[in-house]
Design a binder for this molecule. Structure first.
Ligand code: SF4
Ligand code: SF4
Length: 356
């Protein structure tokens, strides 16, 4: 198996402290020790030493959400996501991907995306090529939570700013499934060519933004002038372009792992809540936040993702939270599908819209 020295170093330097066992949302949902960074590192080292076959490891590798909770807590200071991505690439290149992954890749080859989805007509109608500023809704957003994208556009139009809509695919899903392959780079490049035509790109999904800011740059792919959706909304609220009213509702933020751990932003969501209500925090927030959902993984391990979302509802319930505000399509969809009676899930745009 081909592995960079960086990955080998991470795999070989695990100190067996077991911190990753306590924080892994997938391991906590399944109760399986194999769903930890430490177990995966051990499996990879067995393959590297020829003690087992790479094919034996593929299911376990695809059980990692790449949420980075282990990275945030690993005593070695290394990032286990690095070797998981590399091993995914090896698995795909060697034709050892599980059938449920090849099915998704086939769908991408046939339809252009892993969900086999088409852009909903009502979103297509909002495209506006003459705008300087556009909202970029990536695959997860337009394919799985189009109602949120519509709300986002409704909110933006109420600010009086001319903001067009671009739907596309940053390559996030392919990168998640295959690591750094020609296919994920090609998807990123095609998306970059579209987005570079605009002066400012407001990126709706923090997972897309993290990919653009980190991997696109690493791959030498042109990155447009981009800003996160949260930051753009905050600028509109601060300038008074979005006229929101502050009320008494308590909102609980489900920190997106991409905002908190990949983009170092644990504040913007709370500031948005603070502009219209009161922040009520649940257990494990900011960089320590537990994952609450994952749309790509929900395609091949829906029961586990449902359990992950239910565990997050338990965290919210323990702190008396009823209104959860999400920052990304992945967690919006999973929490919505498991919402207990008497509770609500709102995206940040829905929260602002109900306070205007
Ligand atoms: S990245 Fe997330 S899902 Fe993967 S091992 Fe680390 S904590 Fe678990
Ligand atoms: S937290 Fe890091 S060092 Fe500790 S067991 Fe997990 S991978 Fe190994």
């Amino acid at each position: 198996m081909n592995m960079t020295d960086k990955s080998k170093n991470i795999v070989d330097n695990c100190r067996f402290c077991w911190m990753c066992r306590h924080v892994c949302p997938i391991g906590n949902a399944t109760g399986l020790e194999r769903n930890t960074a430490r177990a995966r590192a051990f499996g990879v080292s067995l393959v590297a030493r020829g003690a087992t076959e790479l094919s034996e490891l593929s299911d376990n590798i695809y059980e990692c959400s790449l949420c980075g909770a282990c990275t945030n807590n690993c005593v070695t200071g290394f990032d286990p996501k690095v070797f998981v991505r590399e091993v995914k690439r090896e698995i795909v290149l060697e034709g050892l991907a599980p059938a449920y992954i090849t099915d998704l890749l086939m769908k991408h080859a046939e339809s252009g995306n892993i969900y086999g989805a088409e852009v909903p007509g009502e979103l297509g109608a909002l495209a506006c090529e003459s705008a300087d500023t556009v909202l970029f809704a990536g695959l997860d957003a337009w394919a799985k939570t189009p109602e949120c994208v519509l709300s986002a556009m409704k909110l933006l139009s109420s600010s009086g700013r001319k903001v067009g809509l671009v739907t596309g695919d940053s390559g996030f899903a392919l990168h998640f499934l295959t690591g750094e392959t020609d296919e994920s780079r090609e998807a990123a490049l095609a998306c970059s060519k579209t987005l570079m035509a605009y002066k400012t790109v407001v990126v709706y999904d923090p997972c897309d933004l993290a990919l653009m800011k980190h991997e696109w740059r690493e791959w030498g792919i042109g990155t447009p002038e981009c800003i996160s959706f949260n930051e753009y909304l905050l600028s509109l609220v601060r300038s008074g372009a979005l006229k929101v009213k502050k009320g008494n509702t308590e909102y609980m933020l489900q920190d997106s792992f991409a905002y908190a751990r990949e983009l170092d932003d644990c504040k913007s969501g709370r500031e948005l809540i603070d502009s219209v209500g009161t922040v009520r925090d649940m257990l494990l927030i900011g960089k320590e936040a537990n994952l609450a959902g994952h749309l790509v993984m929900a395609e091949y391990m829906p029961a586990v993702i449902e359990a992950v979302a239910k565990m997050r509802w338990r965290d919210a319930g323990n702190m008396g939270g009823e209104n959860i505000v999400t920052e990304c399509p992945q967690e919006y969809a999973a929490l919505k599908a498991t919402c207990p009676e008497g509770c609500r899930v709102l995206s940040v745009e829905e929260m602002l819209l109900e306070n205007m």
